[in-house]
Design a binder for this molecule. Structure first.
Ligand code: GLP
Length: 240
């Protein structure tokens, strides 16, 4: 059963999760963070900035959840760019120790297996941040994803492309495919921290946390994990 923490607002939620990450960095010799993109984890990264200012973070490693396939890594909306801009640079992490799945077409055949092998070689992810899509996806694991899935290519649903169109000039510019950590990969992290804020996530949160465990709600995979914290505001908790 997931621990559900209802917070006053997203900044309080961000601070709470940031404190947990700082504790991890203070106690684990070689901490491995599971990073997420999207607007939801931004308050966590904001809160970390002040907490980690001036700290030596040269031992902190990280793995992002996902990336678009075929996007130039230098494109401002590639998740490599987003993670660099929102996490690596503001926190002062070592870019060589922070990996994002490789979305290059040429290497896509083995990029997933390589990524999962790199996570294993790093000793596994200590704390994985997760947002949730309005259709219940985590990472880019859309409804129908296997709970045993490993990092692989997926086709984005129309809904997700529409949701993400705000970051591009138009929905036509949103890539069709992505490479995402699988649900099986995510479930191997030692602690899952799912965040959701706002009314628009209420249905997905209720389905993930209290609904039947079903491949049609990828977020419900968290019910299979022994250590899950769900951080939500009143609005996102309104259907629990
Ligand atoms: C994208 C990301 C997910 C994220 C979701 C929700 O699809 N791949 O990891 O959880 O968007 O985004 P937001 O947090 O902006 O609502």
């Amino acid at each position: 059963m997931a621990e559900v923490v209802i917070v006053e607002n997203r900044n309080v939620g961000g601070a709470l999760v940031a404190d947990e990450i700082v504790r991890l960095i203070d106690t684990v010799p070689e901490p491995v963070l599971g990073l997420a993109t999207g607007s939801t984890p931004l308050p966590v990264y904001d809160a970390l900035r002040t907490r980690l200012a001036g700290r030596d973070l040269s031992h902190v490693r990280g793995f992002a959840l996902d990336e678009y396939v075929g996007i130039d890594p230098a494109h401002p909306q590639s998740y490599r760019s987003v993670i660099t801009r929102e996490v690596i640079e503001p926190l002062g992490l070592d870019p060589k120790l922070i990996r994002v799945p490789d979305g290059a077409i040429e290497t896509i055949q083995h990029a997933g297996d390589d990524y999962d092998a790199a996570i294993v070689a790093a000793g596994g992810i200590d704390l994985q941040l997760l947002g949730i899509g309005t259709d219940g996806h985590i990472g880019f694991n859309e409804p129908g994803s296997s709970f045993a899935s490993t990092t692989r290519i997926k086709t984005l649903t129309e809904q997700t492309r529409q949701d993400n169109a705000r970051f591009f000039d138009s929905v036509h510019d949103v890539p069709q495919h992505c490479i995402t950590q699988g649900l099986g990969t995510i479930l191997r992290a030692r602690h899952l921290v799912m965040l959701a804020f706002g009314e628009g996530k209420a249905h997905a949160v209720a389905a993930a946390v209290e609904g039947p465990v079903s491949a049609m709600v990828p977020g419900s995979a968290v019910q299979l994990h022994p250590h899950v914290t769900v951080v939500v505001d009143e609005e996102a908790a309104s259907q629990l």
